[in-house]
Design a protein around this ligand. Structure first.
Ligand SMILES: [Zn+2]
Ligand SMILES: [Zn+2]
Length: 279
């Protein structure tokens, strides 16, 4: 069984407050358990809450896959408790798609004068792996396999597919569909059990017909493009993810309702939500 838990489901910036209580206000971070293997997708502010839970488990070994290094996907890392505890092993993976390595970017985020503790001072054992597109990582005695493809986003983004004992999920945040469903993602997500998809906007926000200007080229997608992709790729379940900071709980409900008209097995990802794949 693969167990997925959402700890942060927002894009761009954390949005705490009375209008986001049910959805949650933390930026992107998702826990994925495959047997004893712990995988974490992105290190937005949601990873802080996950870290607090992991501290209760004692020593951990965790594999953190970063989709890309935009702020909302790395800003929680300096507050990830297990990184501050000796004996923990943390493996970080990112795409080899920008001019700096993942280590250089995370080092910069915590460098003086931005943060009081430097990355190099963290007592846990941290190792960095910059992935080429198509590079496959396996763990858990080879039973857990993580594949990637590069998708459409300013500065690039990696989508990850995790497979374990016949179940699989694809994490495709911060990606833009352009005119048609992206053929690369369609192929990558085909037949998977869960697709976590960038649904930052309603279609009218994306095109600009709702006012506020066009968002074409900003690197994000919509709830209905997600539903279309899920239906075409014949996935079993769709989770709408990376909600816009302007979206209230009611707007997230509405994105979910409208997507279900095209793809009934849709949920809007909300903080604390757990999805179990397989038995
Ligand atoms: Zn983002
Ligand atoms: Zn981004």
């Amino acid at each position: 069984m693969i167990r997925v838990k959402f700890w942060g489901v927002r894009g761009s910036i954390p949005v705490p407050g009375p209008t986001t209580v049910r959805t949650g206000g933390n930026t992107s971070s998702v826990e994925v358990r495959c047997g004893d293997s712990l995988i974490i997708l992105d290190a937005g502010t949601g990873i802080r809450l996950l870290g607090n839970e992991l501290l209760k488990e004692g020593k951990i070994e965790g594999h953190i896959f970063i989709s890309h290094v935009h702020w909302d996907h790395i800003q929680g890392f300096p507050f990830f408790g297990p990184a501050f505890s000796r004996g923990n092993k943390i493996f970080l993976y990112g795409g080899r798609n920008v001019t700096t390595t993942l280590e250089e970017t995370l080092y910069g985020q915590m460098n003086y004068p931005n943060f009081p503790v430097m990355l190099s001072q963290l007592p846990s054992e941290i190792s960095f792996n910059d992935l080429d597109e198509g590079e496959v990582i396996s763990m858990g005695g080879g039973e857990v396999v993580v594949e990637n493809v590069k998708l459409n986003h300013p500065n690039g983004v990696y989508s990850y597919k995790i497979s374990y004992r016949g179940q699989s999920l694809v994490y495709a945040t911060d990606t833009e569909h352009y005119a048609n469903p992206d053929p690369k993602l369609l192929e990558f997500a085909r037949g998977t059990d869960l697709l976590v998809y960038d649904a930052q906007y309603f279609p009218e926000e994306y095109t600009g017909s709702a006012g506020g200007g066009s968002k074409v080229g900003w690197g994000h997608s919509t709830n209905l493009e997600g539903a279309k992709m899920a239906a075409l790729a014949k996935v079993k379940k769709l989770a709408l993810f990376h909600h816009d900071p302007l979206h209230t709980d009611e707007m997230v409900d509405e994105k979910e309702r409208l997507a279900r008209e095209t793809f009934p097995e849709t949920v809007a990802a909300r903080e604390g939500m757990v999805i179990e794949l397989g038995s």
